[in-house]
Design a protein around this ligand. Sequence first.
Ligand code: COA
Length: 547
Amino acid sequence: MLKWLKRIKELYNLESLVTRLLVKDPEFLQRTASYRELIADFRRKLSEQSVRESHLLERHLSRGRLPVRERIDRLLDVGTPFLEWSVFAAYGKYHGQFPNAGIVTGVGYIHGREVVVIANDSLVKGGTYVAETIKKHLRAQEIAMQNNLPCIYLVDSGGIFLREQSKVFADRDDFGRIFFNMARMSAQGIPQIAIVMGSCTAGGAYIPAMSDETVIIREQGTIFLGGPPLVQAATGEKISAEELGGGEVHTSVSGVADHLARDEEHALQLGRSIVATLPKPEKQVLNTEVPADPLYPIEELYGILGQSPREAVDAYEVIARLVDRSEWHEFKKKYAQTLLTGFAHIMGYPVGIIANNGILYSESALKATHFIELCNFRKIPLLFLQNVSGFMVGKKYEHGGIARDGAKMVHAVANAVVPRFTLVYGGSYGAGNYAMSGRAFDPNFMFMYPNARVAVMGGEQAATVLAVVKQEQLQKEGKELTNQEMNNLKEPVLKKYELESSAYFASSELWDDGIIDPADTRKVLAMAIETSLNKTIPEPRAGIYRM
Ligand code: COA
């Protein structure tokens, strides 16, 4: 190692993690090969989500329209990345008729600043909304609010998917919430911009109408509360869509839209020029460093990550492949060793990492609480690396007050003022999911690896709990379960848990912001961290800790 580098490391107490893995070991190679199969399957599933029925695509193109991802490409700065969220929303549902839940969301760059893009895909059932479409749309708006980002809506939607109205219309977090959020964001100074690329019918008409500034394409975009068939049925009036609510009408008569575009390209350029007029927020400043690669190739994660929740994964080996120069300033290294805490950099950004390396105990919770307070006061974003089977159970631990200490950690996570990022690299079970900044705790972003599993507990444990409960019920009636009956009870539970704890199931339900290839982790996290800096970190504030 260079002398000066060694000196700096000594001065700042920085340690380079040294791998204990033998990457030429046949077992490691075998694990790598089998994880590569998982990645190939992930890539295949991912590309399937972009396939649209050819006759619909041809019809769309023949109408002079672009597919949704091409629209986004042309909207964003050339050669810049687009971090797409929740590609697997609604995966495996509706007989596969709602790929991506019919909407593309993500963060990208316009004139060098981050913006949230929410774009309907009219090739998926006319861009209509089922429950997951709404959840995905609302989640994108939430990210915009949480990170102070302008929203650009590329609207092309038939509104609510009418067959599902009872699941999407009237509840708090249903379709109407989209417009509520738009009004709230506008009032908070978070710009709302709509580009009407196709139809905006019924409630959908409120997206352009609620926006701060709206573009509409001549003889292509339409906005109306009731379309021509409804108007005819209701009043007998016969009228074309263009005459009722086309671009000319809305930019020169009704005032519902502000800019008339000639075509898609022109509309997207107008959208870009609107963004150019927006004031740029002062970004939060962090103590960044020059980015540097880890000492070990990130692809080695393939041989490290387990494919079954039973396999132990050494969190040090994971961290060594995620952080710059594999440098790691560990906090409380010798205390509560099943939870690692320490400072590092990822692509130059400082992060405080909290990583599971076993089950959670009282001491682990106390260590995490202390560390979160350090990050709050030092304004260092937190990265939670989840691989947790939960908190320790049993008399000794309950009497020792594990619930009290766990509550401190949960408090600290919930009230952390710094941006939080959660990555599930293994299992995410029980209260461990909550304490490690799971979805219910509003991390700025949450991603999973394809091998990740999320559930209240493992299938085997759940099946056993249910069988024991049944056994106790029967014992009260003087009956006993045979082994065969016990197995018959357990089997369907095991199957259900197997299916429902997969990363794809979780992503389909939008419990995360997407599944990522471990090899992309550093890029994804760097973009997520940069995005979060649009909001200034407030002063630390804690609730009342139970002592
Ligand atoms: N609810 C349920 N299904 C709908 C729908 C809706 N609101 N709007 C469209 N669809 C379905 C169509 O039945 C069709 O399904 P199919 O592929 O199984 O046949 C598919 O979406 C595509 O619709 P299509 O009309 O062929 O596409 P298009 O691009 O020519 O037109 C719309 C798209 C959205 C302009 C047009 O379908 C429309 O006006 N829909 C009704 C909109 C409406 O009144 N919404 C009020 C709900 S709040």
